[in-house]
Design a protein around this ligand. Structure first.
Ligand SMILES: [Zn+2]
Length: 139
């Protein structure tokens, strides 16, 4: 057994009814590994600290409230496919209503903005080509 396997087994090491063969393998590794013995000691201290803390009682009527809410009918909701259908309808309408590309004109403002930003980090050649093509169409 290596340290990784041993440390995975340590959480269950002190629990009752663990397989004797596994316990023996862990014990054999612990006998020769100070790192895993330290890990077991840390786990035991943590478990002791947790056991020393009082458990808070849940508020009275907590479970009855949960049961009552579970018994209520589910609120009305649209089926999921309706959202996808609505998105598809919006996309179709956008394409149908959107002006054709030949009606789009690059405004002088856009061209100037592109020229200014070309040397900057956001400038890209593809945008410039599109704007130049659109500018040629307008002339
Ligand atoms: Zn080890």
């Amino acid at each position: 057994m290596n340290c990784e396997v041993c440390q995975r087994e340590l959480a269950a090491h002190d629990l009752p009814d663990q397989p004797a063969r596994r316990q023996a393998a862990v014990e054999a590794h612990l006998a020769q590994c100070p790192e895993c013995r330290h890990e077991l000691a840390v786990l035991r201290r943590t478990a002791a600290l947790l056991a020393s803390q009082p458990l808070d009682e849940p508020p009275a009527g907590l479970w009855q409230g949960v049961e009552a809410r579970l018994a209520q009918p589910t609120p009305w909701r649209l089926p999921r496919w309706t959202y996808a259908g609505a998105a598809a309808l919006v996309a179709v309408l956008a394409v149908a209503v959107w002006p054709p590309a030949e009606e789009f004109r690059a405004t002088p403002y856009l061209r100037d903005h592109y020229r200014v930003s070309l040397g900057g980090p956001l400038g890209d050649a593809a945008t410039g080509d599109v704007l130049a093509a659109l500018a040629e169409e307008t002339q």
